[in-house]
Design a protein around this ligand. Structure first.
Ligand code: GDP
Ligand code: MG
Length: 163
């Protein structure tokens, strides 16, 4: 049975870009505007001889206030429940946002292991870009660039060690 890894995060943080890199496809829709990936999307990846299944989530529709939680309940919570581990993607360029904190609050309640991936930090220093994300309370964040591939292999190795 392949382990399933769910990619979770607010819109536009790079979930679909990371999905494409992990599955070596261009299946997921990548866009400059939030909310494009409406449905959960599955793909196969492999590191060495270890196969895994990746789930891209639409994350959150660009709706306000309590709608955010509703959308999380409907889409992302199901992906979280089905996953063996979760990669929680945040944007190292825009920094920590209120939406990230709402997602983190929910993720701290799951029994599943969660890896915080600080994305879009190509060429930047890990310790600097990850510092502010410790307060999410989800452990030691990793630094990645989904589009450039930096830190991705290290991340997936760490994630596969989580279960
Ligand atoms: P999603 O909404 O979370 O699925 O995000 P997407 O994968 O659609 O990406 C949103 C935007 O961020 C697109 O313009 C991507 O090209 C860009 N992006 C994704 N990963 C990176 C990265 O590692 N570095 C930079 N600079 N941009 C990225
Ligand atoms: Mg997407």
């Amino acid at each position: 049975m392949k382990p399933t890894i769910a990619l979770v995060g607010r819109p536009n943080v790079g979930k679909s870009t990371l999905f494409n890199r992990l599955t070596k496809t261009r299946d997921a829709l990548v866009a400059d505007y939030p909310g494009l990936t409406r449905d959960r999307h599955y793909g196969h990846g492999r590191v060495g001889d270890r196969p895994y299944l990746v789930v891209d989530t639409g994350g959150f529709e660009p709706v306000v206030d309590d709608g955010i939680m509703h959308e999380m309940a409907r889409q992302t919570l199901q992906a979280i429940d089905e996953a063996d581990a979760i990669i929680f993607i945040v944007d190292g360029r825009s920094g920590l946002t209120p939406q990230d904190k709402i997602i983190a609050q929910r993720l701290r309640q799951t029994q599943r292991p969660v890896y915080v991936a600080v994305n879009k930090v190509e060429g930047m220093t890990r310790s600097v870009v990850t510092a502010e994300f410790f307060e999410l309370g989800l452990g030691d964040p990793g630094a990645i660039s989904a589009s450039h591939g930096e830190g991705v292999r290290e991340m997936i190795n760490e994630v596969l060690e989580l279960f």
